[in-house]
Design a protein around this ligand. Structure first.
Ligand SMILES: [Zn+2]
Length: 492
């Protein structure tokens, strides 16, 4: 796979270092495995049982899965390679971002006063100049950032490497564009694996060429990754639906064909921006006609709905994902997930990309979501702290169909968890562990992050990669990208 990374001729030296580095990173990851006993922890399990919060222990086997979890002291006969005494600390499931575009991590602060389409243009000015090797480092940067903030699993909409002009509103036809030299998809998968992040890899289906070409590109990725017993961090392949951005129903038909043929889930940005709402809503019928509605279909954002759309979503068991911080930043509007949930629509929560959420902070995301819902319903009971945490962990896993692997601290699942110290910096005495965790903790209280029982973050330091090296690569590559963008903008 390393040999398939394309590069321009003047980067041979960097490429050799790059390959060497990735080999070393792989070796480093392997040395982290071993059994682990966590004891004296304030466990927030987010499991469905009654006893979801208790002081107790958790035993993680060498496969990185939870083998035992329970209240009180661990049984005396339980022996582990490593013991983590978490006395006084909260241990909770790693967060799941059910909607992310990780490669956009080095593009923050752009289009800071623009709505969705103006913001698209602000970052596309730079992104169009990236190579597939740049995108490896961009994705690595974003995946490390996610882990450092306690997000252990992400649904990642990958960059297809297509260059195209950006349109201004949902009614305009989007240009088909052209592919840059890849491999883009492979590099993004590799970057997330190298960082230590677990992920659902969601790929777009650019409508370049015939239907067979479009479906064939998905099939090639399917053959390489889904069928070849992939790394445990690679949870599944998915489709990045795109009907919102395309003005004819071919998009829905193609997505339906791939969903049926490969049995994959589809998350489609839909009813996100507040402009041309009627034109956007009309496209829902195209999805319905194509037959994509059902439990495999997730509508991303799903803000500007109407009664007909909602009732079809309920009838078919379709789902949605909610991005509270991103929707606020871009002035999209507010998805009324309290009402959606009452109707029976399953809701997942995402941090979207780091260019429109800017700080991929799940604690902040939970509170923005919680306060927005309580505000619009004028009711502090509209959404509970328990439900908000559930939505950002197990609820997201259920919507994505990965809840047998991740989302809660339960026997058989991967031991992906965070260690939070509410007394450092001191948030005061703890009366209710769950309430203090959701309402009073911040990234400063996040002390460690584990994926599959291996520590990947200690305080703010990532252990899977040399961050100085990542920063050097990002600075060098974004400087070049900015120079190219500026030279194109220059008159003459
Ligand atoms: Zn998005």
């Amino acid at each position: 796979m390393l040999m398939r990374i394309s590069r321009s001729n003047d980067h041979k030296k960097t490429a050799v270092l790059f390959v060497l580095y990735m080999v070393l990173a792989g070796v480093c990851n392997e040395t982290l495995a071993g059994s682990l006993l966590v004891k004296n922890a304030e466990l927030i399990t987010v499991s469905k049982g009654d006893n979801a919060v208790f002081r107790g222990f958790m035993f993680i086997n060498s496969e990185g899965r939870i083998e035992q979890i329970g209240p009180g002291e661990p049984p005396a006969e339980l022996q582990a390679d490593e013991v983590l005494d978490a006395l006084g600390k909260v241990v909770a499931p790693g967060f799941i971002s059910a909607h992310s575009h990780i490669y956009m991590s080095p593009l923050r602060g752009l289009g800071h006063d623009e709505n969705l389409y103006g913001w698209f243009r602000a970052w596309n000015r730079y992104l169009q100049h990236t190579t597939s090797e740049d995108i490896y480092w961009f994705t690595l940067h974003g995946a490390i950032d996610f882990l450092r903030n306690g997000i252990t699993t992400a649904y990642d909409f990958t960059y297809s490497g297509v260059v195209r002009e950006m349109v201004d509103d949902p009614k305009q036809k989007r240009a088909a564009g052209r592919f840059k030299n890849g491999p883009f998809e492979e590099n993004q998968i590799k970057a997330k694996t190298d960082a230590g992040l677990r992920f659902v890899n969601s790929v777009s289906m650019p409508e370049i060429g015939s239907d067979e070409d479009v479906i064939g590109r998905f099939a090639a990725l399917w053959e390489t990754y889904e069928k070849s017993a992939p790394d445990p961090q690679f949870l599944k392949l998915a489709i990045s639906g795109a009907q919102q951005f395309n003005p004819d129903p071919r998009t829905a038909r193609l997505e339906a064909a791939v969903m049926k043929k490969f049995g994959v889930i589809n998350q489609s940005h839909f009813l996100e921006s507040p402009n041309e709402v009627l034109a956007q809503q009309e496209k829902f019928q195209w999805y319905d006609d194509a037959g994509v509605l059902g439990p495999q279909m997730i509508f991303g954002h799903f803000i500007h709905t109407n009664d007909d759309i909602l009732s079809r979503v309920v009838e078919t068991g379709s789902k949605m994902s909610w991005q509270p911080t991103s929707n606020g930043r871009l002035g999209d509007g507010i998805a009324d997930v309290v009402t959606y949930r009452k109707m029976g629509i399953p809701v997942a929560v995402g941090l979207d990309d780091q260019s429109c959420t800017d700080v991929s902070d799940p604690f902040q995301n939970m509170r923005i979501g919680l306060y927005t819902m309580r505000g619009i319903h004028k009711n502090a009971k509209a959404l509970s702290v328990h439900d908000m945490l559930y939505l950002h962990t197990l609820g997201s896993a259920e919507v994505l169909g990965i809840d047998e692997q991740v989302g809660s601290l339960e026997v058989g699942k991967y031991a992906d968890f965070v260690v939070v110290d509410l007394r450092q910096p001191d948030t005061g005495p703890v009366y209710d562990v769950l309430a203090s965790y959701v309402l009073a903790s911040s990234l400063r209280n996040l002390k460690a992050v584990y994926v599959g029982g291996s520590k990947v973050v200690q305080s703010t330091k990532i252990l899977t990669f040399d961050e100085t090296r990542v920063r050097e690569e990002i600075d060098r590559r974004t400087n070049k990208m900015r120079e190219l963008a500026q030279s194109l903008d220059a008159p003459g």
